[in-house]
Design a protein around this ligand. Sequence first.
Ligand SMILES: Nc1ncnc2c1ncn2[C@@H]1O[C@H](COP(=O)(O)OP(=O)(O)O)[C@@H](O)[C@H]1O
Ligand SMILES: [Mg+2]
Length: 331
Amino acid sequence: MSIIERAAGKLGNPQQPEASAIKSATRPPADTEDGRLIEAAIKKAEASFNRAPASVSPPPQEPAFYRDDDGPATIIGSQHGSVNLARLKLAGALTPDAGRSKIAEEYRLIKRPLLMNAFGHGNNAPIPNGNLIMVTSSVPGEGKSFTAINLAISMATELESTVLLVDADVAKSSVIRYLGLEADRGLLDVLRDPNVQLADVLIKTDIAKLTVLPSGRGFAHATELLASNAMKAFMEDISTRYHDRIIIFDSPPLLATSEASVLASYMGQVVFVVEAETTPQEAVKDALAHLENCEFVGVVLNKAPSRTVGGDYYGYGYGYGGYGEYGKQPQ
Ligand SMILES: Nc1ncnc2c1ncn2[C@@H]1O[C@H](COP(=O)(O)OP(=O)(O)O)[C@@H](O)[C@H]1O
Ligand SMILES: [Mg+2]
């Protein structure tokens, strides 16, 4: 079992009372390399959560057309789409009617620290850009899209937040296909063509509070646009206009393209997906090194086989803390 598997199962968000019990009961000895890395990650996470609440600036005025869920009168050019729930269920994904199923419970655990960071909790103020959440991984196929979609549905359907799900894995986009929606334009078109407005390409779905921004028309080297000035301006724009909404970015894998770490630099929080028992530990360490400037990185251990009465079952573990430390050598 790799350090990340152990850490993902054992480290919790310091904001959650049960987390400290988990980490102290199971932390590896402090005089081992794993122990030092985990110790450093915990210290960093605790320091960041213990800081004094920052002041929050008042929301800026927003042009009406940019708001996609304020009622029909304010929507210009917004499209509507019906999510194919049967397809989602077939893929084993979360659907709004999941109730208290295991998958719904698992995503409740995963989203809780993300929402607390985004909106603040108790004496803890929201973290800067905490509503901008990147879902990434080391390599393709680990479950980024699966995780991003499940998180978005979980957050949107429990009436906690309005969610915009952005398909930013422009070279290997799959959000639209997973959801059974149709779209010809999206993020890439907004970035390339000043005549295309965000509101023109957003898809308001029939899952309450869930809006999707498709990746748009692909082309060779499309991923390079993620590191462009146009993307920087786009991120600044939506982080201001959508400061009160969760924006989840299904993103390229960190080891496949350098643009992924540029994208990460705009985010308040990163959800790092690790495919259990498959992703090599070295790949995980290398990928996390690309995130060392990101303060809030949570790990989702995906496709972790767990035995149930009914047989093998794919599940998820999660950990939360200063995982940027993993890319560094122990002090
Ligand atoms: N926890 C899971 N349980 C079942 N299937 C999963 C799970 N996570 C991912 N998959 C499946 O694994 C494949 C790859 O997942 P995907 O989210 O598309 O990967 P990525 O976006 O990282 O390339 C898909 O067929 C997806 O449905
Ligand atoms: Mg994907």
